[in-house]
Unconditional design. Structure first.
Length: 295
């Protein structure tokens, strides 16, 4: 009977867990719809902005002066922006980002002075407990993610790059593909990578005669920083949508696994109960026969 009670308690415990994972799946699904709408709306704008920037820069050729594209002769100091989530229970979402970041530090930037700017509490908690130089001023950005919050982080990275504090700025994040697929990217944010062959081809194909108002310098001065901030914000939206997709998928699997475990435990309970009943019946029959023989 004690074993039966233990199995019954396990069934109740797993059932409660299943209800929690099912509720978390529904919450993640609701957040995913909103996050997916944001990234879907932002991507065309971001891509078009970069297209315009590329065309204008190609048209201006040597007249275009982009301080954010000025590479260093030697990379000594590196800033890596690590984008994780604030909470767990989202599968390998955070583990993949942490793994990719450690590979960057230990392989690509081995021997360099690397600083990690953590966005999301999970990444901040992991690297802060270990021997890493961590900037955690913006770790809680996903508590209220907005363009204004992303702009502050991007402006910090851009300013530190211009004044020479860092020779390169990378960003490690998850790109949202669909609910079950997230792709880890380790992209160069600064200096801006320029494809010389592509720029040359665009310049040759372009027949548009641009009219600049008020002037070329002011337009580029405004357009280049804005495009970088939009790009940075787009990556954060990607990560946010990817997180909700990973959490929804993870909770869905957890709910299914709980259901399978409940079936197994229920079968075990019924078998044990049937065995106990059979044993009691045999004991009663045996006792009755013993009494009959004795009389």
């Amino acid at each position: 009977m004690a074993a039966l009670n233990e199995v019954k308690e396990r069934i109740g415990s797993v059932t409660s867990t299943q209800q929690i994972t099912k509720a978390m799946k529904m919450v993640a699904a609701s957040k995913l719809r909103k996050a997916q709408d944001k990234i879907t709306q932002m991507r065309p704008y971001s891509e078009k902005l970069f297209s315009i920037l590329g065309n204008v820069t190609a048209a201006l050729k040597e007249e275009a002066n982009n301080p954010y594209a000025q590479g260093r002769d030697e990379i000594k100091n590196v800033l890596i922006v690590v984008v994780t989530s604030d909470r767990g229970l989202c599968g390998a979402f955070n583990a993949n980002i942490i793994k990719a970041t450690r590979q960057l530090v230990e392989e690509k930037y081995a021997g360099k002075n690397v600083t990690l700017l953590t966005l999301g509490n999970k990444g901040n908690e992991f690297f802060a407990k270990r021997d890493y130089n961590v900037i955690s001023d913006y770790a809680e950005i996903f508590h209220d993610l907005s363009f204004e919050q992303a702009r502050k982080v991007a402006e910090y990275a851009m300013a530190e790059f211009l004044n020479g504090t860092y020779d390169a700025v990378d960003i490690v994040y998850n790109e949202f593909v669909n609910v079950v697929t997230q792709v880890v990217h380790a992209d160069r944010f600064l200096p801006v990578a320029a494809d010389a062959d592509e720029s040359k081809e665009n310049a040759q194909e372009m027949e548009v005669d641009y009219i600049f108002e008020p002037n070329k310098e002011d337009i580029l001065k405004e357009l280049i920083p804005k495009s970088l901030k939009i790009s940075f914000y787009t990556k954060l939206l990607d990560s946010n949508a990817a997180e909700q997709g990973a959490r929804m998928s993870s909770m869905d699997k957890a709910t299914d696994n709980a259901g399978e475990l409940i079936k197994q435990l229920t079968l075990m309970y019924n078998r044990s109960r049937q065995a106990a009943i059979t044993t009691e019946i045999l004991e009663i029959v045996g006792g009755a026969e013993a009494l009959a023989q004795g009389s």
